[in-house]
Design a protein around this ligand. Structure first.
Ligand code: MG
Length: 395
């Protein structure tokens, strides 16, 4: 199998960091996110709090005993959700293969993108830079040929870590680590392994596989042996049943101005088209998502006759969908929009065969224009380069 480059990207002290980002007076202080009631549990602890031995899932009473000066903050899920969406949206700019493990961590398979995006180290640095500048949070990144090793690598240099384990370094990296780092080894298995004299991953790797299988059963025994020897063939799968590429935005105030919303959609279609082209994909379905001020969500999909990566075609499609929806300030919160988003679904390879359409020439032109804009944007950044019909939305 070709060498894989798998990133595991994980936000540091996610909930606590969002609170410190949004409340500057909390920066540098031990912050605990969670319920302050007698039976509350720590949902997240800032690094300042962790130095006192506090960690998430610890009872709040115990956390306060260890760190009496800690400041307790109630969770604000809406802001965590927004940060999470922005985080995943950045990751999806680098690969269509993004597998979320939770709100703040994901695997990203960037194999084969070196020519396009630079070395894995460059990609990791760029992801960290964008997460810092666009979301205001710190991400740690591990890079390895397998998911198992990438996940450990992102953890081992936290916070603000970047750890790259090349294919020839995997065993030297794994073997000194304690067995509890192996996936599937909890307290019980750990004790059992200790009873067999196995304390490090290297101990397991050098143990006879057939005896491991006898003691743990064939499935778990062979699994432990394979992981300990650096074998993990699981691939990164898109977190959703169907991979989609999308962008969405929450407005700073609710909107019923159709022109405003269309302008935002146009910018989103530009981004979606760009990502489709970057990954050599075309979408067969365009999806419009709207959330009203009363939090009602509406999703409308349109299947295209011709799969496309042309931002203008996507925009015309979602604009038609938008115009079929009730948006009217006279309807109050039910007629005002707080979020809009565009995504592309049912994707196929852009270089795959397809039927020539009546408008082949126009279609090819739209995609070529997109390619040229992409190249310029890749080189010079987004500044000042938009289609003539796209003026900056006031927001
Ligand atoms: Mg995290």
């Amino acid at each position: 199998m070709a060498l894989r480059h798998i990133l595991h990207v994980d936000l540091d002290a996610f909930f606590a960091s969002v609170e410190q980002r949004d409340n500057p007076e909390l920066r540098g202080l031990p912050v605990l996110v969670g319920g302050s009631g007698g039976r509350g549990v720590v949902a997240a602890a800032s690094y300042e709090a962790r130095t006192f031995g506090v960690h998430s899932a610890m009872p709040m009473s115990e956390a306060l005993r260890r760190c009496p000066k800690a400041i307790i903050v109630s969770p604000t899920m809406g802001r965590y959700q927004e940060a999470s969406t922005a985080f995943f949206s950045i990751l999806e700019d680098f690969s269509p293969l993004v597998e979320g493990l939770s709100v703040d961590e994901a695997f990203v398979d960037i194999s084969g993108t070196e020519r396009l995006l630079g070395s894995p180290r460059d990609v990791a640095r760029e992801i960290k830079r964008r997460v810092a500048s666009e979301v205001g949070l710190i991400a740690s990144v591990g890079i390895a040929p397998t998911k198992f090793v990438a996940k450990i690598a992102s953890d081992i240099r936290k916070p603000d870590g970047l750890c790259i384990i090349g294919p020839t370094e995997v065993l030297a990296f794994l073997h000194p680590l304690p067995v509890k780092r192996l996936w599937g080894v909890g307290a019980v298995a750990q004790e059992k392994l200790a009873g067999m004299g196995l304390h490090t991953i290297g101990d397991v790797a050098n143990y006879p596989q057939n005896i491991l299988e006898k003691k743990f059963g064939v499935a778990q025994g062979s699994h432990l042996y394979a992981l300990a020897n650096g074998h993990d063939s699981r691939s990164v799968t898109g977190g959703h049943e169907a991979v989609s590429i999308g962008h969405e935005q929450t407005f700073s105030s609710d909107q019923s101005d159709i022109a405003f919303i269309e302008n935002v959609l146009l910018g989103q279609c530009d981004k979606v088209g760009r990502r489709l082209r970057r990954h050599d994909l075309r979408a067969r379905t365009a999806v419009l998502k709207i959330k009203y001020a009363d939090f009602k969500r509406v999703t409308r999909r349109q299947t295209l006759d011709d799969p496309t990566s042309d931002s203008q075609v996507l925009f015309q499609t979602v604009r038609t969908l938008l115009r079929s929806l009730p948006i009217d300030s006279n309807r109050g919160r039910a007629g005002r929009v707080r979020l809009c988003g565009v995504s592309a679904a049912n994707m196929e390879n852009r270089h795959g065969p397809r039927q020539l359409g009546f408008h082949e020439e126009e279609r090819a032109k739209g995609e070529r224009l997109g390619d040229v804009m992409d190249k310029i944007k890749d080189r010079f950044g987004d500044l000042g380069l938009t289609r003539a019909s796209h003026t900056k939305p006031r927001d």
